[in-house]
Design a protein around this ligand. Structure first.
Ligand SMILES: Cc1ncc(COP(=O)(O)O)c(C=O)c1O
Length: 442
């Protein structure tokens, strides 16, 4: 398949959107500028499995983010959608509560025996804000030490008030905390993942003021034993609450939180995108002694009570377990990572591959990596793939799809090698260079 890239209905609609919706989209990672400015098919009319159709009816294989990591099983999964349709038919909202909340609580606690209780929300960032609120309430102390990305809320963004580059390695360079009260200055500080020394420097500096430690269990590299042990020791000494953010890592390596694999022992774990296959749902699970503090502070919202979220989560988790989805994600992710390496070697291209298998990515090791990244997306789009330098594996990705994708990768890498040799790869682009994206801390 070879598409001639053109400005169609999707791109025209996005131009209109930018005048109506500040920032164009609700999620930075869905901005077309992050992929292929002007030519990325900004909107979809339909999605199924790992296929997407744009507003002009063009079909693409999604070998990129799969709903920015929210669709582990694939788009419009029939089992999850079936459970959701049932929930809708029985009334997704009422003055009374949905009993699925209790069923899901049992399911999550069964998978994480260290936890006793759970609260719910509907998105990752807000669930993290709840977790930090509960953790601060439980420890009685304000200062949060964290590494990684955890959402857009004030507690997180406030790190950039004292030092405007504090979050650069964790999220986006130049994040502006405008609108975040200046009074929050000095309440959140980042440390580098897998860098026990860096973490200990903060511990030495803020000592007893530290009430909360937040981290992802894994992103690119598994956590080192020394790093985990240092955090556990400090948390115990400081009586700080440890929050593990499983929003992206959870349910990809195992049925449950990745912290279970790595021996991290949190007080709270937070799940969202991995747990409900694209339907809004989030859970904050934790030890009773900590979670009970949710009763001493006001945490409450109407839409956290709908039936669709827990129904989708129960169906998704059940399928992840029944089909051993993490095994599939590992196999497919490995195939892709090996395929990238092979295709690069065959074309004498220098790339660096990293990430756990279900969440792999690569970088072009050249002077203008963003130009080459944009060119890759352009070439792959012409071949019918939504692709970037990231691949989030889903249960819907089969080996056949991956082989088709890797053939196109090899072809595209060949052209990129030529573009590099030409000395002016930017001339191969049909539009502007993509914006720098979420770059997570390695
Ligand atoms: C580790 C982590 N925490 C928090 C979030 C924020 O979740 P959401 O986008 O649902 O608010 C994300 C989303 O990318 C994430 O990867």
């Amino acid at each position: 398949m070879q598409y001639k890239l053109k400005i169609g209905k999707s791109q025209r609609l996005y131009k209109i959107a930018k005048g109506l919706i500040p920032g164009g989209t609700q999620l930075l990672s869905k901005r077309p500028e992050m992929f292929l400015p002007d030519l990325w098919p900004a909107y979809y009319s339909k999605s199924k499995g790992c296929r997407i159709w744009d507003l002009d009816g063009r079909e693409y294989l999604d070998m990129s983010y799969m709903g920015i990591g929210s669709c582990i099983l694939g788009y419009a999964d029939k089992d999850v959608d079936g459970a959701v349709k049932k929930a809708v038919d029985r009334g997704s909202m009422s003055t009374l509560n949905a009993p699925e909340e209790v069923e899901l609580a049992r399911l999550l606690i069964g998978l994480h025996p260290w936890a006793d209780m759970t609260r719910y929300a509907r998105s990752g960032g807000e669930a993290m804000a709840i977790a930090v609120r509960i953790a601060r309430a439980a420890s009685g102390k304000d200062v949060v030490l964290f590494c990684g990305y955890h959402g857009w809320h004030d507690w997180y963004l406030s790190a950039n008030i004292s030092h405007d580059k504090a979050l650069d390695g964790h999220l986006l360079p130049g994040l502006n905390p405008k609108g975040v009260p200046r009074y929050l200055k000095g309440t959140s500080y980042p440390f580098r993942y897998n860098d026990a020394g860096n973490f200990l420097k903060l511990v030495k500096r803020f000592k007893d003021r530290i009430g909360v430690i937040v981290m992802e269990p894994v992103r690119n590299d598994p956590p080192q034993k020394e790093f985990i042990e240092t955090i556990a020791r400090a948390a115990k000494q400081l009586k700080a609450v440890v929050v593990v953010d499983e929003i992206t890592a959870g349910f990809r390596l195992n049925t449950g939180g990745a912290h279970l694999i790595y021996g991290i022992k949190p007080d709270i774990a937070v799940f969202a995108k991995g747990m409900s296959n694209g339907f809004p749902m989030a859970a904050v699970i934790g030890k009773a002694g900590v979670m009970e503090k949710a009763q001493d502070t006001f945490i409450s919202s109407t839409y956290w009570t709908d039936r669709i979220g827990p129904a989708a989560a129960i169906a998704t988790i059940s399928k992840i377990k029944k089909e051993n989805v993490p095994h599939h994600l590992g196999k497919i992710g490995l195939m892709v990572q090996e395929g990238w390496k092979d295709a690069a070697a065959k074309n004498d291209l220098v790339i660096e591959v990293s990430g756990i298998y279900p969440l792999g990515h690569f970088s072009f090791i050249y002077k203008e990596p963003l130009v080459l990244k944009t060119l890759f997306t352009q070439l792959m789009l012409e071949r019918g793939f939504c692709a970037s330098t990231v691949f989030y594996a889903s249960f819907a990705h089969t080996e056949t799809y991956v082989k088709r994708y890797l053939d196109a990768v090899e072809e595209s890498f060949g052209i990129i090698a030529k573009a590099v040799k030409s000395g002016a790869p930017v001339k191969y682009l049909r539009g502007p260079v993509c914006h720098a994206g979420f770059k997570r801390l390695v």
